[in-house]
Design a protein around this ligand. Sequence first.
Ligand SMILES: Cc1cc2nc3c(=O)[nH]c(=O)nc-3n(C[C@H](O)[C@H](O)[C@H](O)COP(=O)(O)OP(=O)(O)OC[C@H]3O[C@@H](n4cnc5c(N)ncnc54)[C@H](O)[C@@H]3O)c2cc1C
Length: 300
Amino acid sequence: MTPTTATAPEVAPFRFFEMTVLRTRRLGPSILRITLGGPGAEGFSGGGRDQSLSVLLPRPGQSEAVVPAGGIGARRERGRALPEDERAVTRSYAVRAQRLRADGSTEVDVDVVLHAVGGPGCRWALTASPGDRLTVLGPAAADNAAVRFRPPADTDWVLIRADETALPAAAAALAWLPAGLPARVWLEVPCTEDRQALNTAAKARISWLVRNEGAACGVETVRAAALPGGTPYAWIAGEASGVRALRHHLVHERGFDRARVTSSAYWRRGLPEEQLRRAEAEAAAGAGSGGPEEPTGKKS
Ligand SMILES: Cc1cc2nc3c(=O)[nH]c(=O)nc-3n(C[C@H](O)[C@H](O)[C@H](O)COP(=O)(O)OP(=O)(O)OC[C@H]3O[C@@H](n4cnc5c(N)ncnc54)[C@H](O)[C@@H]3O)c2cc1C
């Protein structure tokens, strides 16, 4: 196993980027790829794995997102001082890929789920067109607190479980894994055509759980599986209740070391993202813990 940084650096090196939508492409019925770039993308540093960014979106009636001038510190301090109904809406997406082009410019792909309930993120994606300007809070250094996929150096095999919102992060993590490392992977998508060809050098056994084919998507699928021997590392992300149930299964029924299970609630049924983050912050404050603030991707 290639040695990796066991813990995130203390300071999360994020900043605002004024990016441009270069193009969009439908990957399947439920997923739209939006490629961002332009001169404002210079210095963006994705670095792979489950790196994420936040898009900052205008509220209804605003022509552009209201963002405090200055860096991330300014956003934390003055962003909260802005009235909530003026402050930009933020939505989290994984950095699916970053490419450096021959002319030195950078392109960044985000894959957005077009879910039926809808929300500002979903609406932005549906109307995004080439030339649109977009403010992004993103990584200015590749290794930072938003990267949570961190298999320890003594990992013998990796378990990955992701729904469609976490498929981009899972795909980037698979692309990053070292050659030959065994990986047992379950990827859940709404429709057959949402499945994707994935690039990995790992010895990955990938099972697609397709909901419109009637796949069982609860914890029972992993519970029924024979898992490899040796020391595991697990990464689970997606809808909050499923993430919590699987984490519980791995730690309490399978005996995984809880420190070797990374779990992230990417969304929660019935809650828009800001309410999910508020609920998480309140839970963390209640438990007396702190943690990185931006972008999101908190432990479930
Ligand atoms: C670190 C991180 C990385 C993420 N990466 C991605 C990514 O790469 N691609 C991606 O598409 N999403 C990703 N997500 C999840 C995404 O941020 C949420 O799904 C977000 O709620 C979508 O915003 P919205 O404005 O569309 O809906 P919101 O306004 O947040 O929510 C409106 C309603 O829609 C529901 N809802 C939200 N998402 C879904 C869904 N997928 N299916 C069904 N109902 C839903 C909510 O429960 C709520 O009831 C990520 C989240 C995190 C924290």
